[in-house]
Design a protein around this ligand. Structure first.
Ligand code: ADP
Ligand code: MG
Length: 524
């Protein structure tokens, strides 16, 4: 027993290491770890994007890199990189092995970090991409402004965990040979252990590691638990800071003046289309998913100011049809003209077009990391390039018009479903689109919240010209009361085809086809 105590817990030997641990050990271990984490993120972030690239060469290159450096024991990489780089003539840091060790550990870390970030990015709901794209954002801004910020938040626990691993891996750097002043924790323990012929110094160093890693492990678990319970992971102080910023943003008064246009100028100027002009014209529109034909030679048109309601059983192609109209769904056959032009295929014109086509989704797809106000301002600034203050005025006006003037600084998670959907409508409306698409906008709402959203949609359809004239709308809905009351035309779809279309009274009171009769029987 005393043998064990003396071998591992000899107090005087243990105390011998304490000054070195405090003077150089912690400093170097943490320096190496911090640098490696930062460089690891700098390499890992683009790597994570490469790993999900659509370009095969890029994707494969990233995966090979990740596979190699995750698959190799860290010590092998540290030897090969740490000794190999200077040996091969790459000597920006002279002969000192310390920085080369940091590079080696960074490379190992980058492979893990890339995987963590990739998982984070891929965990962000597809609806977020669709919402951003439907507002006219290009691929890159969608990634950097919408997807990446959300993905990172989700992987904060995993990244913290990775930091702990890097702290542990930093001990391996000793194999490169370190100067006395550059020794990290493990090397210090090893030195004194060899000098004294006793293991107690190493045990002391082990404790020094645990002093930092154990609290951090618990921090990870705590963050993980908080996030699983849907609570924000940022510390309260930071949260308060962001909340204050949101409030300040929202609190500055919206000056109602003649100079604040209700619509972005460029848009207002273009609103010269005569009522009744064909805005969307599809001929024999066909969409295939593999062997499955989701849209089968669909032909229809939508005219300025018209409200077209699309009804039909689930899976009949209603969403696919809407998604064609803003280019979220590529078309396999037929023609689609929009605003008098063939549907654009190139990225630039397509984004410009999407900015003019508002889309409201069943699941709202608000950006959860932005306040209601920022959600609405976002595309005004990013896509329409309206200056900040003016964008804010337009956004406040749009939010007031849907009855949310009091909720400007609320994050989506703090709003009811009905309120979220109204923010989503405001977000689209603020862009002053030429047509609005609603895909079952009320299907995800509790029954008592449906009415408020339908009322807003109805008021849009009946908007007096002074407020920007009635909105042209294509509305996929199961709300037959709404369709009957508001629609100029009702389109009934089944199995990818338009079976019947006509006025509400034609469709609801005098259905001709058996399929429509059956459908109406089932839902009414
Ligand atoms: P609806 O909105 O009328 O319920 P959708 O337009 O969403 O119907 O879908 C029509 C059909 O196409 C469905 O059978 C659906 O399963 C299929 N579908 C839709 N999107 C895809 C996709 N990305 N891949 C494969 N099949 C799809
Ligand atoms: Mg649908």
């Amino acid at each position: 027993m005393s043998g064990i105590l003396d071998t591992f817990f000899n107090l005087s030997y243990m105390l011998q290491v304490v000054p070195d641990i405090l003077r150089v050990g912690y400093y170097n271990t943490l320096t190496i770890s911090l640098y490696s984490t930062i460089i690891g993120i700098i390499i890992g972030a683009p790597l994570s994007l490469m790993a999900i690239s659509q370009v095969t060469v890029v994707r494969v290159a990233a995966k090979v890199y990740i596979d190699i450096f995750r698959g190799l024991p860290a010590i092998v990489t540290i030897f090969i990189v740490g000794q190999g780089l200077p040996f091969a003539g790459f000597r920006p840091f002279g002969q000192n092995p310390y920085p080369y060790g940091i590079i080696a550990i960074s490379i190992v870390a980058s492979a893990y970090i890339a995987e963590i970030l990739r998982a984070g990015i891929q965990s962000v709901d597809r609806g977020q991409t669709e919402a951003a794209r439907s507002l006219g954002l290009d691929k890159h801004r969608t990634m950097y402004r919408v997807i990446f910020p959300q993905g990172i938040r989700r992987v904060i626990p995993a990244l913290t965990n990775q930091f702990i691993n890097i702290i542990k891996d930093s001990s391996l750097i000793f194999v490169l040979g370190l100067m006395v002043s550059e020794r990290e924790l493990y090397r210090i323990g090893q030195d004194i252990s060899q000098r004294t012929g006793n293991l107690s110094p190493l045990v002391a160093v082990g404790i020094a590691y645990l002093v930092i890693t154990v609290p951090m492990t618990h921090l990870v678990n705590y963050l993980d638990k908080e996030m699983r319970n849907g609570r924000p992971v940022l510390p309260a102080a930071l949260r308060a800071f962001f909340a204050r910023r949101r409030q300040a943003e929202a609190a500055a008064p919206a000056v109602e003046s003649a100079e604040t246009p209700a619509l972005p100028v460029s848009q207002a100027a273009r609103r010269t289309a005569a009522a009744g002009e064909v805005l969307v014209e599809a001929k024999d529109l066909t969409v295939d998913f593999g062997h499955f034909r989701a849209l089968d030679h669909v032909s229809f048109e939508i005219r300025t100011g018209e409200v077209v309601c699309v009804i039909g059983p689930s899976g009949s192609g209603k969403s696919t049809l809407l998604r064609c109209i803003n280019g979220l769904q590529p078309v396999d056959g037929g023609t689609l003209d929009i605003f008098g032009q063939p549907f654009p295929t190139r990225e630039g014109p397509l984004n410009a077009l999407r900015a003019d086509v508002g889309m409201v989704f069943q699941s709202f797809n608000l950006f959860p990391h932005m306040s209601a106000l920022s959600n609405v301002m976002f595309a005004l600034e990013q896509v329409r390039h309206i200056d900040h203050e003016q964008a804010r005025q337009i956004a406040i006006r749009a939010l007031r018009s849907v009855g949310l003037g009091e909720k400007l600084d609320s994050l989506p998670a703090r709003l009811s479903g009905g309120q979220q959907q109204r923010v989503a409508i405001a977000r689209s409306l603020a862009m002053s689109p030429r047509i609005m698409l609603f895909d079952e906008a009320t299907s995800a709402l509790d029954p008592e919240l449906v009415k408020g959203v339908l009322e807003i949609m109805e008021s849009l359809a009946r908007r007096p010209s002074a407020d920007g004239s009635p909105m042209t709308m294509a509305v996929v809905t199961h709300e037959m009361g709404f369709a009957r009351r508001v629609a100029d035309r009702v389109v009934f779809m089944d199995q990818g085809r338009i079976i019947e279309q006509g006025t509400p009274s034609e469709i609801f009171d005098n259905p001709k086809s058996d399929r429509l009769k059956l459908f109406l029987d089932q839902i009414l």
